[in-house]
Design a protein around this ligand. Structure first.
Ligand code: SF4
Ligand code: SF4
Length: 368
C-alpha cells in the first residue's frame, strides 16, 4: 500500500480508503466488522463513516471493528450536517461514543450544498462549535465535504477553516470539481475523493471506459483509480466496499501504482470532456423528491440510453430487470426543480424524466 500526506496535517493516509456506507448487511455486526479488519490487514488506514450511513449502523460497526487496533495507526473520519452549534456538539458526542474513540481524526462539516448553506453553517454556529471541540481535543482535524462546484468550493476553502476536503471526483464528473482540487493543492490542504468509480458506472461499462486503461492496468477499475490518484493534490480515493473481493481488487489496482504522465492525462481529460459530462453518477444528492421519484434510478436508466447510443431495449431492461420499477412513475414529476438545483452534475433531470416517461427512448437530450 502506498501512503500519502494529507495536506499539512502530518498524517499519512493509504491511497485507497474505506468508505463505511455500503456494508451489505449492517445488522450483522461481526461480519461487517470483519470486512473493516480485512481492509486494515490489506494496508488501508483511513476509515470514513457518518451518522446516517447504513441505517445508522456504520459508526457502531467501525467502533466495534477498530477497537483493539493500535490507535496511532488508523484514522477515522465522521461527519455532521447540522447548522446549529448545539446540534453539532450533540452529534459529535454521539459519534465519539458509537465509535468508541476519545478523538475524531477527521471531522467533516458535511455535505455543503452551496454558498447559502455554507453561510448557514457559519451563522448558526456549527463551524464555531467544531473549532471549539478541536480546541478541546475532541477533533484532530476539521475538514469539510461538499458537492458544490469547484469554484464555489474553492472560495469556501480559501476561508482557512479546514485542513482538507472530501469531494466527489471521478473520470465522469471531474470537470465540476477540478478548480477545488487545484485550489486545495495550492493551499496545502488534503483531498480525499469519493465515488471514484462513478457509482459503479465505470466498472459496469468496461468497454466504454477502456480508453482509460494503460498497459499496467489490469481492469477499468484500476484505470479509474489511477485517474483519480494521478492528480498530485489527491491524497486518497474512498471506496464503499461491500466485499473482501472488492478490497482485493482495489488494493491490487494501486499496488503497482504509476501516475499518468501529464500528456496522457490531458488526452484523457480532453476525451472525457467531450464525451461524458452528461452522465448521472448516482450520488443521490438530488433527493428527496416531493413526489418520491427515485431520481438516481431513472437517471441511471438514462445513462444506459446515452451509453448504448439510444438502444431502447437496454433502457427497458434496465427498468424491468435491474431496478424493477415502472418507468411511468416519471410522469408524476411536478417540475418543482429542486432536483436540478441540487444535481451535482447539473443535469436536466426534468427533461430526462419527460423523455423516459414518454417512452421516447430514441429521443436525445438537447442539453447534451
Ligand atoms: S422536479 Fe420532479 S423529479 Fe425533480 S424533485 Fe421536483 S418533482 Fe421530483
Ligand atoms: S441526477 Fe444528479 S444529483 Fe441525482 S444522482 Fe444523478 S448526478 Fe447525482
Amino acid at each position: 500500500m502506498i501512503y500519502r500526506p494529507f495536506g499539512r496535517t502530518g498524517t499519512e493516509l493509504s491511497i485507497v480508503s474505506f468508505g463505511g456506507m455500503r456494508f451489505p448487511e449492517p445488522d450483522k455486526l461481526e461480519a461487517s466488522a470483519e470486512l473493516v479488519r480485512y481492509a486494515w490487514d490489506r494496508g488501508i488506514n483511513y476509515f470514513d463513516t457518518a451518522p446516517l450511513y447504513c441505517d445508522q449502523r456504520s459508526e457502531t460497526i467501525l467502533g466495534h471493528a477498530l477497537k483493539g487496533l493500535p490507535r496511532a495507526d488508523f484514522h477515522v473520519g465522521t461527519k455532521c450536517f447540522h447548522a446549529s452549534g448545539s446540534e453539532l456538539r450533540r452529534s459529535l458526542e454521539q459519534s465519539l461514543e458509537l465509535l468508541q474513540l476519545d478523538t475524531i481524526d477527521f471531522f467533516y462539516i458535511w455535505y455543503l450544498l452551496d454558498r447559502d448553506d455554507w453561510h448557514r453553517r457559519l451563522d448558526q454556529g456549527a463551524v464555531a462549535a467544531a473549532l471549539q471541540a478541536k480546541e478541546e481535543g475532541l477533533i484532530k482535524n476539521l475538514v469539510c465535504s461538499s458537492h458544490m462546484n469547484g469554484d464555489d468550493l474553492a472560495e469556501v476553502l480559501a476561508g482557512g477553516y479546514f485542513s482538507g476536503v472530501l469531494l466527489g471526483y471521478n473520470a465522469i464528473n471531474f470537470p465540476y470539481r477540478q478548480a477545488a482540487v487545484e485550489h486545495a493543492g495550492k493551499q496545502g490542504l488534503g483531498v480525499i475523493t469519493m465515488n471514484p468509480l462513478g457509482g459503479g458506472l465505470i466498472p459496469r461499462n468496461p468497454q466504454r471506459f477502456s480508453f482509460l486503461q494503460g498497459h499496467q492496468d489490469q481492469s477499468v477499475v484500476s484505470a479509474a483509480l489511477r485517474f483519480n490518484l494521478s492528480h498530485p493534490s489527491i491524497t486518497s480515493a474512498l471506496v464503499g466496499f461491500t466485499s473482501a473481493g472488492e478490497i482485493d481488487e482495489a488494493v491490487a489496482a494501486v499496488d503497482n501504482f504509476a501516475p499518468y504522465s501529464a500528456a496522457e492525462r490531458s488526452g484523457i481529460e480532453k476525451h472525457l470532456n467531450e464525451t461524458f459530462n452528461d452522465l448521472c453518477t448516482g450520488c443521490g444528492y438530488c433527493l428527496p423528491c416531493p413526489v418520491n421519484i427515485p431520481i438516481p434510478k431513472f437517471l441511471d436508466a438514462y445513462n444506459q440510453l446515452i451509453l448504448s447510443e439510444g438502444d431502447s431495449k437496454t433502457v427497458s431492461d434496465r427498468f424491468r430487470l435491474h431496478w424493477n420499477i415502472d418507468r411511468r412513475l416519471a410522469a408524476e414529476c411536478i417540475r418543482c426543480g429542486a432536483c436540478e438545483e441540487r444535481c451535482t452534475q447539473h443535469l436536466p433531470v426534468i427533461q430526462r424524466l419527460t423523455e423516459l416517461a414518454g417512452d421516447s427512448t430514441q429521443a436525445t437530450d438537447q442539453n447534451k
